[in-house]
Design a protein around this ligand. Structure first.
Ligand SMILES: Cc1ncc(COP(=O)(O)O)c(C=O)c1O
Length: 459
């Protein structure tokens, strides 16, 4: 049983605590200026007016000493919280023994590969091979390459709203304008189909009376002549869309899609880089649907604050990949592997208590948000699973017109001023992601919800 008192020790209990009268404070501003001078603004959080100096559990301290509640988890990375003491200990012990070992075997990476196999969903569990990378993009890129070799086919199905990274292969699947415009042409053979986004159904239907038209459409495209989808090697999909707007489809959707893939002979790749590692209340988000993926890409929340990611594929498929065909200098770094092992231990020990708590706490947070949103004009939808909750902001609940970007920005800054860090996502940039470290205390969760509602009300 995880007590709130124990979890509270992992974070700064006094958060949120603002000590400067303005945000950013002077020290923070100096670092922001330095960042503009020396770093590329093409990166994710480029101009966001926050600088991290310390991180503890589900809290962050800036260079001025302001302490924030962190609802970003570093974009779903810090599952067990920032700087978890056990992860630090594992890193300290390992760094005295071995850090880098080229792409050769090292004790820790093999331990980790075995552990990853143990925690995979049914179908892959203890029947898989892992290819280590340092990022989700690397995992997706490798999956695309392996699919060609394994299936001999060249087409891939991906989805509207998808984010699978920004390297060329993954970027060809990713749909956001800012990642694509001016950077094409991309990989040929990518077929984009509608993602089941019930709040904005492109077929104008409503679940469940829609009879999962969107899933039937995938089956139609894959298994009907003259659709042009005659050479599909794989379908890649997020079991809950991240960047695309924290969209959580009904479980049956994935079951129908998996059958459609089997009929076509296409592999099913579950991209769990953002939704995996316990975030949605199960180790892997696809487990909510009971679907057995052929390949799974993972990263972010698996590393315990360190850059550890990978592609895990069924053993019979892996047998078709040539030895030495995909070297990677930094793969399987021993320190990152040690951190990741401890991270997975913390997530899965005591019958996965932390993951189960994420499911429960997520439901509580959703009920607080839904209750509070009833009389707030700009909150259109609250959805998701576990601690992967999307809050979609609108101009008007009836029309569902997305909230204007300036107003989203105004809410983000308003929350930051009150000591709450959140980041948006979604096709219109109007969905707040409630994705805290899983060790967020109930008290901090309550406070975060209050701030979000209060600031939204003022817009
Ligand atoms: C579903 C998904 N796949 C892949 C990626 C790419 O991961 P990375 O940023 O580690 O390269 C992300 C990153 O947000 C993601 O959310």
């Amino acid at each position: 049983m995880l007590s709130e008192q124990e979890l509270a020790k992992l974070s700064y209990p006094e958060a949120p605590k603002m000590v400067t009268d303005r945000i950013p404070g002077l020290n923070t501003q100096a670092y922001l200026d330095g960042s503009v001078d020396f770093e590329s603004m093409a990166r994710g959080g480029g101009r966001f007016p926050l600088v991290f100096e310390e991180g503890k559990g589900a809290t962050i301290k800036d260079p001025d000493g302001n302490i924030y509640i962190d609802i970003t988890a570093g974009v779903a990375v810090n599952s067990v919280g920032r700087c978890h003491p056990r992860v630090i200990e594992a890193i300290q012990q390992q760094m005295c023994k071995l850090m880098h070992a080229i792409d050769f075997s090292n004790v820790r990476r093999t331990d980790l590969a075995r552990k990853v196999a143990e925690v995979m969903p049914i179908g892959l569990q203890n029947n898989c091979i892992t290819y280590f990378t340092q990022s989700g993009s690397g995992a997706v890129e490798t999956a695309l390459k392996f699919v060609r070799k394994i299936t001999g086919r060249t087409q891939v199905v991906a989805f509207h709203g998808a984010y699978h990274g920004v390297w060329f292969g993954g970027n060809s699947l990713t749909t956001g304008d800012q990642y694509r415009k001016g950077y094409g042409p991309f990989l040929p053979g990518v077929i984009h189909l509608p993602y089941p986004y019930c709040y904005r159904c492109c077929f104008g239907l409503e679940y469940p009376s829609c009879n999962l038209q969107c899933a039937q459409y995938v089956d139609y495209v894959l298994n009907t002549p003259y659709t042009g989808a005659d050479d599909v090697g794989a379908l890649i999909i997020e079991a809950q869309q991240g960047e695309g707007g924290y969209v959580a489809p009904p479980a049956e959707y994935f079951q129908i899609v998996k059958k459609a893939c089997e009929k076509h002979g296409a592999l099913y790749i579950s991209d769990e880089v953002q939704a995996g590692a316990g975030r949605t209340g199960k180790m892997w988000c696809i487990e909510h649907a009971g679907v057995e993926p052929d390949m799974l890409t993972w990263g972010k929340g698996m590393g315990g604050d360190m850059a550890m990611a990978g592609l895990t594929i069924r053993k019979d498929l892996a047998a078709q990949i040539d030895d030495y065909s995909q070297p990677n200098t930094f793969a399987g770094n021993a320190v990152a592997a040690a951190a990741s092992m401890t991270n997975i231990d913390i997530l899965t020990e005591n019958d996965s208590a932390l993951i189960k708590r994420a499911a429960e706490l997520g439901e509580e947070i959703q009920s607080w948000l839904k209750e509070g949103a009833a009389d707030i004009r700009v909150i259109g939808d609250v959805r998701g699973r576990g601690l992967m909750i999307g809050i979609e902001m609108v101009e008007d609940k009836e029309t569902r017109a997305p909230l204007a970007r300036e107003k989203v920005e105004q809410i983000l800054i308003g929350m930051l001023q009150k000591g709450l860090v959140m980041v948006p996502c979604g096709r219109y940039g109007n969905v707040f992601r409630f994705m805290p470290p899983l060790v967020l205390t109930r008290a901090h969760a309550r406070k975060a919800t209050e701030i979000l509602l209060e600031v939204s009300k003022s817009v």
